[in-house]
Write a protein that binds this ligand. Structure first.
Ligand SMILES: Nc1ncnc2c1ncn2[C@@H]1O[C@H](COP(=O)(O)OP(=O)(O)OP(=O)(O)O)[C@@H](O)[C@H]1O
Ligand SMILES: [Mg+2]
Length: 250
């Protein structure tokens, strides 16, 4: 299988005044198409730094990065941005939706920045993406009319609208209660079943068991990398939670 992401000996050093912060001290990572990876590790271990490099939001200090076989580490910045728009969708902990802007408009937004103009009908593409995350009935709601989980699903729809092959999510369930977190993981599992490669950062052990592979970081290095042994299926977990709630109600 051809890797979608190949990272070789990546280092990232931040300069803060006189101080050098070695955020990544040499990371090798290969990700194949269709994988679902949870990145774990203590605060400050370099998870977001790695995600920003994978997402072409930042450049490494040294090392090589091949995205779909293309060496992006030696690419000029504007080409970098194009590649990013075409191949990668982002989901963040804080949803990052525009307030006073409808779900539909929030999801359409990335298409305005897509200089390749691959997608002609923006509104239809945004509707389709919201349909996929189960929000086809809330197109005109603004963020403060939606629950946290619904807002995160709008953010996932926004990540999907460019039809990316990879979705990167940094602590996507960090602001959500446990039930809503499972709902969001169910959306990610569904997208992964459809072939989208997913990489997410989480602090929560139970969230990581919805992934297929866990990469553990410490002090700017990958310390462990292993498959998930007893993977949870979010739909099954949600059904069980619902049964429990129904039992309690009776
Ligand atoms: N823009 C920056 N400038 C300077 N130092 C930074 C910058 N971003 C991150 N760092 C430092 O790099 C190291 C790794 O940070 P990073 O944000 O990747 O950690 P993390 O694993 O995502 O942590 P958390 O779980 O708290 O989000 C930390 O020591 C951090 O202080
Ligand atoms: Mg982080």
């Amino acid at each position: 299988m051809k890797p979608v992401i190949e990272i070789k000996e990546i280092k990232k050093t931040y300069h803060v005044g006189e101080i050098q912060v070695h955020a990544l001290r040499g990371v090798d990572l290969t990700v194949n198409s269709g994988e679902f990876i949870a990145i774990m590790g203590a605060s400050g271990s370099g998870k977001s730094t790695l995600m920003n490099l994978i997402g072409c939001l930042d450049e490494p200090t040294s090392g090589r990065y091949y995205l779909d076989g293309i060496d992006v580490s030696s690419m000029p910045r504007d080409e970098y941005a194009n590649i990013r728009n075409q191949k990668i969708g982002f989901v963040f902990q804080g949803f990052n939706l525009l307030p006073r802007t409808t779900a539909l408009e929030n999801v359409e937004l990335p298409l305005f920045y897509d200089r390749t103009h691959r997608i002609k009908n923006h509104q239809q593409a945004a509707r389709d993406a919201l349909e996929i995350v189960g929000l086809g009935h809330r197109l005109t709601s603004v963020p403060n009319q939606l629950s946290g989980g619904q807002q995160q699903r709008v953010a996932i729809a926004r990540a999907l609208v460019n039809k990316p092959s990879i979705i990167l999510a940094d602590e996507p369930t960090g602001n959500l209660d446990s039930h809503t977190s499972v709902e969001v993981m169910s959306v990610f599992q569904e997208l992964n079943d459809q072939g989208i490669t997913i990489i997410l950062v989480t602090h929560e052990e139970d969230i990581s068991t919805y992934a297929k592979r866990i990469v553990e970081m410490r002090d700017g290095r990958i310390r462990k990398d292993h498959p998930v042994e007893q993977r949870l299926d979010a739909k099954t977990v949600l059904a069980t939670l619902k049964e429990d709630a129904d039992d309690e109600a009776n």
